[in-house]
Design a protein around this ligand. Structure first.
Ligand SMILES: *[C@@H]1O[C@H](CO)[C@@H](O)[C@H](O)[C@H]1NC(C)=O
Ligand SMILES: *[C@@H]1O[C@H](CO)[C@@H](O)[C@H](O)[C@H]1NC(C)=O
Ligand SMILES: *[C@@H]1O[C@H](CO)[C@@H](O)[C@H](O)[C@H]1NC(C)=O
Ligand SMILES: *[C@@H]1O[C@H](CO)[C@@H](O)[C@H](O)[C@H]1NC(C)=O
Length: 447
């Protein structure tokens, strides 16, 4: 309670000072933290990643979010049929409650058909295939003892391999990472079937790579680590400075899909996407116990984040989440059918003209009458932010929640009848997000 009051006090002091200092610090932090690592090797990787990220970027974002919306609408029709026929239609009794889950969860044979998951992603990350087509790699060892020559069977050995891999686990395990886990391209981490936890150590780094799926794991209590010599791929290791402490840090990377994760209490963001990262879908996650939940774009001055396109769908922002769900800069964020049952300061914020299309979400404001506003603009006068396109379409506001819209109405996209059904969240969001977080899948049964 005392801590909560302190945070609130800090918040109002910040408001009064418009947090200018905090912004400068934030800008510097990412640069100074990472500058030294950018030796020839990482500079080269940054260049390659920049091209990949540009290719992954959709010049017409409305087209993608439009398609996503109609897919959800289709689902709602199935849901209605399901209710009318009480599950008598073959397959209709399955408990998958949203179109991403519906694509795989009802298959009792999912464990022999794991790579099917890669066909299920929607939204901006929809071209992500992770390790599809690659071999399965079974992680059977929870240790993280050797950062330079990781032992075969460990997660660090798996994620640093060159070839595409679909990484699964032989049993439930808690993995305490000694230093950040630096992933290579074309990987899926698939925790289904076991209780896989990345906890009490460093977090996951997705830097200058593409094509990564992270599914069905818990990430919590991650901490800042000192850095040092760490292997980052099969062919290279190098010196890393201190890690940020994020649960999952997406840095100059594209085609990323994070689905059904449960995350809490990481020492920086739960999921941050920065430095021109794009083509990302974050879906079906459950987030609790965290101050700065998701940061998309770390620096007002980094205009490379203009290509950032991120879909947030069917996530549940739950107990003791404070702010940044997300906080965005420059890019385009489609926030669709998420359940915001808790925040303490605000839910969605940003600076530097990000486009935020909030559609069919449920927002339940906290009791604090000073924190009813869903939105928060930073470092700009109203005369500036009034032009930022932040639109709320068919969102549901409860307990006094309100969304301050700005910018042009969303026009150049089709609103069919199905779209209108999607946009009645009060009835649907609870159900669409009912299974957010890690699913207790059992091999041999529908999940
Ligand atoms: C959206 O759907 C239409 C019709 O199904 C298709 O022609 C178009 O290529 C899709 N757009 C994208 C970006 O996937
Ligand atoms: C664990 O996996 C590694 C890599 O596939 C393998 O070499 C090792 O034999 C496995 N250990 C056990 C105990 O299964
Ligand atoms: C990832 O996989 C794709 C398709 O198999 C391949 O073209 C690409 O070179 C791979 N990327 C890396 C960095 O290995
Ligand atoms: C949050 O994580 C930190 C770092 O691991 C840990 O010391 C602290 O006890 C955790 N807090 C809660 C409430 O779990």
């Amino acid at each position: 309670m005392a801590l909560k009051n302190e945070i609130l006090l800090l918040y109002f002091v910040c408001l009064a000072l418009t947090c200018i200092d905090a912004n400068i610090l934030e800008n510097d932090k990412y640069w100074t933290n990472h500058e030294q690592e950018f030796d020839g090797y990482w500079k080269q990787r940054a260049e390659i990643a920049k091209n990949d990220n540009l290719k992954a970027y959709f010049p017409d974002p409305y087209e993608v979010s439009g398609n996503f919306t109609s897919a959800i609408s289709e689902y709602v029709i199935v849901l209605i049929i399901n209710v009318i026929f009480k599950g008598r239609i073959r397959g209709a009794a399955c408990m998958a409650t949203n179109p991403i889950d519906r694509c795989w969860r009802c298959d009792p044979n999912w464990a022999n058909n794991r790579q099917k998951l890669a066909d299920c992603v929607q939204g901006f990350g929809r071209n992500t295939i992770g390790g599809k087509g690659g071999k399965f790699y079974v992680v059977n060892d929870s240790s993280d003892g050797d950062l330079l020559s990781p032992k075969p069977g460990t997660i660090r050995h798996a994620v640093t391999r060159t070839e595409p891999l679909w990484i699964i686990f032989s049993r439930s395990m808690v993995i305490k990472l000694q230093q950040e886990l630096i992933m290579a391209s074309n990987k899926t981490i698939d925790g289904r079937g076991f209780d896989v936890q990345i906890a009490n150590g460093a977090g996951i780094t997705v830097q200058f790579i593409k094509n990564v799926i992270i599914h069905g794991i818990k990430v919590y209590n991650t901490v800042v680590k000192t850095g040092g010599m760490i292997r980052d791929s099969e062919t290279h290791y190098g010196f890393r400075t201190q890690s940020d402490g994020d649960g999952i840090s997406i840095f100059g990377a594209s085609n990323i899909w994070i689905d059904h994760v449960s995350m809490r209490n990481c020492s920086d963001g739960l999921i941050d996407a920065i430095m021109g990262s794009t083509a990302i879908t974050i879906s079906n996650g459950h987030y609790t116990d965290h101050n700065e939940v998701m940061l998309f774009g770390a620096s007002d001055s980094y205009t490379g984040d203009k290509i950032m396109q991120i879909t947030l769908a069917f996530n549940h922002y739950g107990k003791r989440c404070v702010q940044r769900m997300p906080r965005a800069r420059h890019g385009f964020v489609h926030v669709v059918n998420n359940d915001y049952t808790h925040w303490e300061m605000y839910a969605i914020g940003g600076s530097k003209n990000p486009t935020i299309i909030s559609e069919g979400n449920r927002f339940i404001a906290p009791e604090n009458r000073f924190a009813k506003e869903i939105t928060k603009r930073e470092y700009a006068e109203e005369s500036i932010w009034k032009n930022w396109q932040w639109r709320s379409i068919n969102d549901e506001y409860l307990n006094g929640a309100f969304f301050v819209q700005s910018g042009a109405e969303l026009k150049n996209r089709p609103f069919s009848r199905e779209d209108m059904i999607t946009a009645k969240p009060g009835t649907y969001v609870g159900r669409l997000t009912r299974f957010a977080g890690v699913l207790p899948c059992k091999i041999g049964q529908p999940c």
